[in-house]
Design a protein around this ligand. Structure first.
Ligand code: ATP
Ligand code: F6P
Length: 380
């Protein structure tokens, strides 16, 4: 096998991915200038594409100049639906299974032919599944292992086993900025405002941003009572009776799926506007606005925290690929994880086996949100 480390960024882009790419480059070259870096473009698609067009080989420092403080990922990312396991009951299940195997086969052959010794996959939970599948396909085809290392990067912070993922801190900051701006306008009116934020099936981004910006209430998909419309109105009434001038609702996007209503935000806005209980307290219906921050939370320069985190994960990944960090027997694909103050490798199979990390009632962040936001029984 050659002295080559390949990098791919996959799934939703996350601020700090560029710092991770740069970190892998520099941490590798510092240890062994002869080691080559290969960059695959546009996510897993690049790994299984026509190679000359979808990768940069033997990358030099100047090609990574000025990327550190830029959001997004300079090598592109993407989602590759062919890689998703087919639903066995789907009419085209067999076709899809074959297409998935063919994709994995091409990726494994490309990595083999390029003599890649380590593949670093920077992305979220889904990308980790893809990385694990590639490691398995490579092992099955060539009877030997390829080191595959995941670096957690997603604004959702929903990867099992790591306290933080790259991009989350920046996205929380961007969302808090948006909430501060919303507060300026909403406090000039006696209004309720909803801000829908990303997070996929998890409520971490909503919880952190809501707590940091002082939201009146935070709705997350994992805990149904947070988004029960009657309870939300109850909290709004309590706030208005307690002389709140406005009511800021941070809603995680996953609430739409969890509630079975893709237009949950609009419907909640209408429900609040039509609430007679609120009408009685105010003497008139409440004015309500519904906003979606969407991709604005994901863009812009990465925070210092995210760049440092990216550098830490990158260094840890390089140490694994170069054999400086020993892995347990039989483990060759791992996920770099922040556990307390330590960056450690965890078996990728174990991480993907758990599925995404979701908020539970026992989480401190949820408990804090319960202490600090408006309660129906005990408004501040
Ligand atoms: N079970 C799986 N097996 C193989 N590949 C997968 C699997 N799940 C996801 N992938 C691949 O990983 C890609 C990215 O996954 P996904 O869209 O879930 O984003 P992610 O990595 O979780 O990041 P984010 O949640 O931040 O968007 C998918 O498009 C697919 O190509
Ligand atoms: O970029 P896209 O495909 O719109 O994806 C949006 C999704 O990506 C994320 O930003 C990261 O997973 C989610 O929070 C969101 O649901």
């Amino acid at each position: 096998m050659g002295k080559k480390i390949a990098i791919v960024t996959s799934g939703g882009d996350a601020p700090g991915m560029n710092a991770a790419i740069r970190g892998v480059f520099r941490s590798t070259k510092r240890r062994d200038p002869d080691h080559e870096i290969i960059l695959f473009n546009n996510g897993f698609r690049g790994l299984a594409g026509r190679l000359e067009a979808s990768m940069d080989v033997d990358v030099q420092r100047r090609e990574l100049r000025d990327i550190l403080n830029r959001g997004g990922t300079c090598i592109g990312t993407g989602r590759v639906p062919e890689l998703l396991p087919a639903d066995p009951d789907a009419p085209d299940a067999e076709e899809r299974r074959e297409a998935r195997e063919a994709f994995l086969d091409v990726a494994a052959v490309n990595l083999y032919q390029l003599e890649v010794s380590g593949l670093v996959v920077i992305g979220g939970d889904g990308s980790y599944r893809g990385a694990h599948a590639i490691a398995e396909a490579y092992r099955a085809k060539f009877g030997r292992s390829l080191k595959v290392v995941g670096i957690p990067a997603t604004i959702d912070n929903d990867i099992y086993g790591t306290d933080y993922t790259i991009g989350y801190d920046t996205a929380v900051g961007n969302t808090v900025d948006a909430l501060r701006k919303i507060r300026d306008t909403v406090e000039s009116h006696r209004r309720a405002v909803i801000l829908e934020v990303m997070g996929n099936a998890s409520g971490w981004l909503a919880l952190s941003a809501g707590i940091a910006a002082g939201a009146s209430t935070i709705l997350i998909p994992e805990i149904a009572e947070t988004y029960d419309p009657r309870a939300v109105v109850g909290r709004c009434v309590a706030a208005l009776e307690g002389d709140y001038r406005y009511f800021i609702i941070v809603m995680a996007e996953g609430v739409k799926k969890a509630s079975g209503d893709e237009r949950y935000g609009e419907h909640l806005a209408k429900y609040i506007a039509q609430s007679e209980r609120i009408h009685e307290v105010l003497g008139h219906p409440m004015s309500v606005r519904n906003n979606v921050i969407g991709h604005l939370a994901r863009g812009g320069p990465p925070s210092a925290f995210d760049n440092i985190l990216a550098a830490r994960f990158a260094r840890g990944a390089v140490k694994v690929v170069l054999g400086e960090t020993e892995l347990p027997d039989g483990v060759d694909d791992v996920a770099m994880s922040l556990r307390g103050r330590q960056v450690v490798p965890m078996p990728l199979g174990e991480v993907v086996g758990h599925g995404p990390r979701l908020v539970s009632r026992d989480d401190e962040l949820f408990a804090i949100s319960q202490d600090l936001t408006v309660s129906q029984d005990q408004p501040f």
